[in-house]
Design a binder for this molecule. Structure first.
Ligand code: ADP
Length: 408
């Protein structure tokens, strides 16, 4: 037993040493595992942070894109950007409308999206580094738009090579044309009476004219002054209507009575031209400004007599048709070709300027008719058989009396 003691004593340190190594190994293993767990956790944290950063950046980019699209759509002018391969990189809503671009626009080749040679030439120039500013006409079916095009090259971007701005100036060009036409027509219309006045005045000034000639010249002066006065009045009236300055004084009026009054005013003039004037009127009460509707009917009757041959017939009619009070003026004159039936309502428009030199008028009467009728909430229509005559129909809202009277 005693002999065993030293050996036991020798065994203990060996066992203890082994246990320590084992514990050390276990501890080292545990530490290793914790470090690994820490590393995994750190990696996971880093990944999460990265994911969040990417997400935040994506949100920011999306917000920026939304903001950019809102700004671009709010500009009100067309914007198209191209990439280096000549594909559309961006197009705002106005550009899609104005140019009639077919979806999907972004990513499609520019020559497919925009079918216009002048625009392509400007795109080409921009991709070569040259900016272009020019007026182009964009055709979309029957419609034509005038557009100011600015194309600018973009440097220092990987995504965008050129930006094009399309500014629609159709309305401005139209107004400009109306202004030019107006001045041309106005000077043309004023020149004839002025020339008549000048020659009459010069002849009278030279003296030595017979009493009969003097009377004839005085009549010319009076007629031409009358013509100028009517022109100025009609223009002032048209301007007032177009500017919205004309206030209607509406009241219930029987159009049959109004037509008979106008017929009475024109009876003498019709007789002078050997034109018969008759009324086939039914009671038709409408809520109108009598003075203005008198003006509408007078302009129509004036034309009907003017454009009727001697021996012709002009007939005035009134009636109620459902909710409408109708005024119609027929004539048996030369008629109006189909292609002219819209245009005769434009200011200063006369079908045959050279022929109408013989017939007094400035081409403002029907423009006034159209505007005054519209102001009453009505419409004016024309039907005509060339060589046989024309019929102008003014359709006005019937007064409540006429309307309910008929329906009830
Ligand atoms: P104006 O009679 O002063 O020339 P309007 O505006 O009244 O001007 O008419 C414009 C044109 O329309 C006339 O010049 C004429 O060519 C045509 N027109 C108008 N009414 C008739 C009609 N009843 N018959 C034939 N042509 C007409």
């Amino acid at each position: 037993m005693t002999a065993a003691t030293p050996s036991n004593g020798a065994l203990f340190p060996q066992l203890a040493g082994g246990a320590i190594v084992l514990i050390a190994l276990v501890l080292a293993g545990l530490a290793l595992r914790r470090r690994k767990a820490d590393r995994v956790a750190a990696e996971a944290r880093a990944r999460e942070e990265w994911r969040q950063a990417v997400e935040t950046r994506d949100v920011r980019i999306t917000e920026q894109e939304i903001l950019r699209d809102k700004i671009l759509d709010g500009i009100g002018e067309g914007v198209v950007a191209l990439d280096r391969r000549r594909n559309v990189a961006l197009a705002n809503r106005r550009a899609v409308e104005l140019l009639g671009l077919r979806e999907p626009v972004v990513g499609s080749p520019a020559y497919q999206a925009v079918r216009n040679a002048a625009v392509h030439a400007a795109f080409d120039a921009a991709l070569r580094g040259v900016a272009t500013t020019r007026l182009v006409t964009i055709e979309r079916g029957p419609e034509e738009r005038h557009v100011n095009l600015h194309v600018t090259p973009v440097t220092g971007s990987h995504e965008i090579a050129a930006v094009a701005l399309f500014v629609d100036v159709t309305r401005v060009s139209r107004l400009e044309r109306v202004r030019r036409d107006f001045l041309t027509d106005f000077s043309h219309e004023v020149r004839t009476p002025l020339a008549g006045l000048r020659s009459a005045a010069e002849t009278l000034e030279r003296g030595g004219v017979s009493a009969a000639d003097e009377q004839r010249l005085r009549a010319i002066v009076a007629r031409q002054l009358d013509r100028l006065e009517r022109l100025v009045d009609d223009l002032a009236e048209l301007n007032r209507i177009e500017a919205g300055d004309l206030q209607l004084r509406k009241q219930p009026v029987d159009l049959a009575v109004l037509l008979r009054d106008v017929a009475a005013d024109f009876r003498e003039r019709a007789a002078q031209r050997s034109v018969a004037l008759e009324c086939g009127t039914e009671p038709a009460v409408a809520e109108i400004d009598p003075q203005r509707v008198q003006q509408i009917v007078s302009n129509l009757v004036d034309n009907a007599i003017k454009f009727s041959p001697p021996g012709g017939l002009v007939r005035l009619e009134s009636s109620i048709r459902g909710p409408h009070a109708i005024v119609a003026v027929h004539d048996s004159g030369e008629g109006i070709p189909p292609g002219e039936r819209e245009r005769i309502f434009h200011r200063f428009y006369r079908i045959d300027k050279s022929r109408s030199q013989e017939v007094p008028g400035m081409g403002l009467g029907l423009a006034i008719v159209k505007h005054l009728t519209a102001l009453h909430g009505g419409t004016v229509e024309v039907t005509s058989e060339p060589g046989k005559g024309s019929r102008f129909t003014v359709i006005l809202p019937a007064g409540s009396e006429s309307h309910s009277g008929r329906n009830g």
